[in-house]
Design a protein around this ligand. Structure first.
Ligand code: PLP
Length: 678
C-alpha cells in the first residue's frame, strides 16, 4: 500500500521526476526534506487518502471511519449515521482528569459483536436445517473485566449465550455474573479439588455447568468428588485432534498439544464414567485448535475430525449432546483478508456456516442426532470494542540538525561534495554505495585517531545531506510499494523517525512485543493533512524492545507508519482492536501500571449522541509500589528522615525541606505515565 497513490499524486511524481532528471535535486521540497517521501505532492490530500493510507475500511469492520474534519470516528452500533469522534472522547476524559494513555471502551460494539456471532449461527442453523440449537460461551480469559463480561452476558441473553472459565478465579467470577439457567458455563483448564467442587456447587445452584476434562485423572477426580457431594455432574472431554491449527497459536492443537485426550484416552474416560454409573453425565466433546486461526480450511478440517469422533462415540452408545468447537474465530487485524497470522481469509458468517455444514454432514452420514453447537469465540467478540489512545510528545530524528554549519577542508568532505555533484550520472544505487564507503572510511579514520571532532561532524553532516537527497530522488523514481529497490529500503530505515509515545508496549500491547501480532494504528486527527514522515513508535519504558516497528499492510508488513510531525498541539494516535487479551496480559514493566479507562455508550437523548458511563483511573504510583511490596509508610518515613538529616546538616532550609517532602508524598498519587503539558 502506498500513501496517497491517487492519480493526482502520480502526476505530481512525474513533475518531480523531471526536476530530478534535470539535476536540480537540491530544490526539492527545500523546507521539508522528507516531504517527498509520500507521493501526493500537489497539496490535494483528502480524508479519503488518509483512509486509504491507514486501510481503515479494510480492518474496521464498519466500526470506525474518518469524518470530513479529518478525525477518526467510531460507529459503535455499526450504523454509520451514529458516530463518536474519538478526539472528543479524549477531550472529555481530560475534563475528568484522565489523560493519555487512555483506553476507550465502546460497550455498544461488544453488544453488536455478541449479536453478530449469535445471529450468524442461528442463521446458518435455520438455513441448513440443522436440528439443534447454538449455545455459544464467552471465554472470559480473553477479557475478564467485570463490565465487559456483564455487557456480553446481557447482550447474549436472547441467545442463551454463556461463559467459559479456564481457571479457578475465572470460575468464581463466572458463577456470579452468569444468570441464565438455559446458558452454559463451560469449565476448561486443569482442575484441582476446589475447582471441581465450586463447579459442582454451580450445578447444585441450578446452572448448566460442564466440567471439561483435560486428562484422564480429572475424569476420575470429577466422578469421586461428585459422588462425595451427591451431585450428578455434567462432564465434557477435550479431544486432542490430529488436525493442526495454523497461525501464531497453532501449538494449541495436534498430537503434541498441552491439553486434551487422545481418542484412546477418550474411550477409557467413557468407560471410567460408565463404571461409576455416570455414563449419562458425559455430555460434551470439546476441541480447540488455537486462537486466531487465519485459514478457514484448518477450521473445516478440525470440525470434520471432531464431528467424526462425536458421531462414532454416539454410535458406540455414549449419548453426547454438545459439540464444542472452541475458539479460533479470527479477527482481520491487517484487513488483508489472507491467511497471514494477523488476518483471516473468511467472514464470521462463513465460519458459522462452515461449522454447521460440516458437523451436519458427518452426523447425517453416520446417522446420529445433531449435537447442540457450542463455540468459545473470545477474540472475535471483544477485539473491536477497545481503542488505546496514546500521545506522541516528540520524535527522535537520526539526521543531525542541518542548521549547524561546520567548515571543514577534510578530503572526505570534498569527496562527498563530488559524489553529490555527480549523482545524476552515477545513478542512485551507485551514489548510495559511494556514500556508504565514505562513511566506513570516516569511521576507520576516527578509530585510529586520524579524524578530529570538527571534521567528523562535517563529514556526518555531508553524509546525511546526501542520504536525504538520494532518498527523495529514489522515492520519486520508484513505481510503488511493490517496486521498492533494496537500497531505498535501507535508506528508509536510516532516515526513519521514532515518535515518542506516552505508553508501555509491555502493559498495553503484549502480543505485539511477544508474538509480533499486528494491530491497526493511525492518528486520530489531522487526517486532512498529508502525513509527511515515516516512522516507528517508541514507548517510554527503558527497554529498546519497547517499540512498535511493524505495522499492518495488505501485501506485507510495513516497517514504518506514515505520521505527521509532532507539532504545537497534542498528537494522538489510536491503537485499534486491542480488546482481546491485551487488557489483561499486560505487565507493569518499569512500574507503568494500568492505563486510564473510559466506557462510552451511544445515546440519542444526549447532546452529541453519546455519553461516558464510567471512568476508571489507571494505577497511581502508590498502587504499583504496593504491588511490588513497598510499604508506603516506610517510604515516606525514610524520605522524611533523609530530609530531616539534610536540614540538620544545613544542606536544606526547613521550609524547602518540607516542600520537597510534600512533593514526594503528593507525587505518590500521580499516574505512572508521563503527565504531558497541555
Ligand atoms: N477456548 C479455549 C480453550 C482457549 O484456549 C481459547 C484461547 O486460546 C479460546 C477459547 C478463545 O479463543 P479465541 O480468542 O481465538 O476465540
Amino acid at each position: 500500500m502506498v500513501a496517497g497513490t491517487g492519480d493526482a499524486g502520480r502526476a505530481g511524481d512525474a513533475a518531480q521526476q523531471a526536476t530530478w532528471a534535470s539535476g536540480r535535486t537540491a530544490d526539492l521540497n527545500k523546507d521539508n526534506p522528507r516531504a517527498a517521501s509520500f507521493r501526493k505532492v500537489d497539496g490535494t490530500w483528502t480524508v479519503e487518502d488518509s483512509a486509504e493510507t491507514y486501510l481503515v475500511d479494510r480492518w474496521s469492520s464498519g466500526y470506525f471511519s474518518i469524518n470530513q474534519r479529518g478525525e477518526v470516528v467510531a460507529h459503535p452500533s455499526g450504523d454509520p449515521a451514529k458516530s463518536i469522534p474519538l478526539i472528543e472522547v479524549v477531550e472529555e476524559a481530560k475534563g475528568e482528569k484522565l489523560r493519555t494513555p487512555l483506553l476507550i471502551r465502546f460497550q455498544d460494539i461488544l453488544r453488536d459483536r455478541v449479536q453478530k456471532l449469535n445471529r450468524a449461527f442461528v442463521g446458518a442453523i435455520e438455513e441448513q436445517g440443522y436440528a439443534a440449537p447454538y449455545r455459544g460461551v464467552f471465554p472470559i480469559k480473553v477479557n475478564q473485566l467485570r463490565e465487559v463480561v456483564e455487557e456480553i452476558v446481557d447482550a447474549g441473553k436472547p441467545y442463551h449465550f454463556g461463559l467459559e472459565a479456564g481457571s479457578k478465579p475465572e470460575l468464581f467470577a463466572a458463577l456470579a455474573v452468569h444468570d441464565d439457567p438455559e446458558s452454559l458455563i463451560v469449565c476448561n483448564g486443569y482442575k484441582d479439588r476446589t475447582f471441581i467442587r465450586i463447579a459442582l456447587m454451580g450445578t447444585r445452584l441450578g446452572k448448566k455447568v460442564i466440567l471439561v476434562a483435560e486428562k484422564l485423572s480429572e475424569v476420575r477426580a470429577i466422578a469421586e468428588i461428585a459422588a462425595e457431594m451427591g451431585i450428578v455432574p455434567w462432564i465434557g472431554i477435550r479431544v486432542r485432534l490430529q488436525a493442526k491449527g495454523s497461525g501464531i497459536w497453532a501449538t494449541s492443537a495436534g498430537e503434541g498439544a498441552k491439553f486434551g485426550l487422545s481418542v484412546a484416552e477418550i474411550l477409557s474416560a467413557a468407560r471410567i464414567l460408565a463404571d461409576a454409573g455416570l455414563a449419562d453425565s458425559l455430555k460434551l466433546l470439546h476441541f480447540h485448535i488455537g486462537s486466531q486461526v487465519p485459514d478457514i480450511l484448518t477450521i473445516k478440517r478440525a470440525a470434520r475430525e471432531a464431528s467424526r469422533v462425536y458421531a462414532k462415540m454416539h454410535r458406540a452408545g455414549y449419548k453426547l449432546e454438545y459439540l464444542d468447537v472452541g475458539g479460533g474465530l479470527a479477527v482481520d487485524y491487517d484487513g488483508s483478508r489472507t491467511t497471514f497470522h494477523s488476518s483471516m481469509n473468511y467472514s464470521l458468517e462463513e465460519y458459522a456456516a462452515d461449522i454447521v455444514f460440516n458437523v451436519k454432514d458427518i452426523c447425517d452420514e453416520e446417522g446420529v442426532p445433531h449435537p447442540t453447537l457450542v463455540s468459545e469465540s473470545g477474540r472475535a467478540v471483544v477485539a473491536h470494542h477497545s481503542v488505546l489512545v496514546v500521545e506522541a510528545f516528540g520524535s527522535i530524528d537520526r539526521v543531525p540538525d542541518g542548521r549547524l554549519q561546520i567548515d571543514s577542508d577534510h578530503k572526505l568532505v570534498h569527496q562527498l561534495r563530488e559524489i553529490e555533484e555527480e549523482m545524476s550520472s552515477r545513478g542512485l544505487n551507485e551514489t548510495w554505495h559511494d556514500v556508504q564507503q565514505a562513511r566506513e572510511e570516516a569511521q576507520k579514520l576516527f578509530e585510529v585517531g586520524l579524524l578530529d571532532l570538527e571534521d567528523r561532524a562535517a563529514i556526518e553532516a555531508a553524509i546525511w545531506k546526501l542520504v536525504r537527497t538520494i532518498e527523495r530522488a529514489a522515492e520519486i523514481g520508484s513505481e510503488g510499494e511493490d517496486d521498492v529497490p533494496e537500497y531505498l529500503q535501507d535508506l528508509r530505515a536510516e532516515l526513519s523517525y521514532q515518535h515518542l509515545c506516552n505508553f508501555s508496549v509491555f502493559q498495553s500491547l503484549l502480543d505485539h512485543w511477544a508474538l509480533g501480532q499486528l494491530f491497526p494504528i493511525m492518528p486520530l486527527h489531522r487526517l486532512t493533512e498529508q502525513p509527511e514522515m515515516r516512522g516507528t513508535l517508541a514507548d517510554i519504558t527503558c527497554d529498546s524492545d519497547g517499540r512498535i516497528a511493524k505495522f499492518i499492510d495488505i501485501a506485507d508488513v510495513r516497517e514504518e507508519l506514515p505520521l505527521h510531525p509532532v507539532g504545537d498541539g497534542p498528537y494522538y494516535l489510536g491503537i485499534f482492536l486491542t480488546g482481546a487479551y491485551q487488557d489483561i496480559m499486560g505487565d507493569i514493566h518499569n512500574l507503568f501500571g494500568r492505563v486510564n479507562e473510559l466506557h462510552v455508550f451511544l445515546d440519542d437523548e444526549e447532546e452529541g449522541g453519546w455519553y461516558v458511563e464510567e471512568t476508571i483511573p489507571g494505577n497511581r504510583i502508590a498502587e504499583v509500589l504496593q504491588l511490588t511490596q513497598y510499604d508506603l509508610a516506610f517510604l515516606q518515613r525514610t524520605i522524611k528522615k533523609l530530609v530531616d538529616a539534610a536540614i540538620k546538616r544545613g544542606d536544606l532550609k526547613p521550609k524547602e525541606g518540607m516542600r520537597l517532602l510534600g512533593e514526594y508524598e503528593n507525587g505518590l498519587t500521580d499516574q505512572t505515565y508521563l503527565t504531558l503539558p497541555d
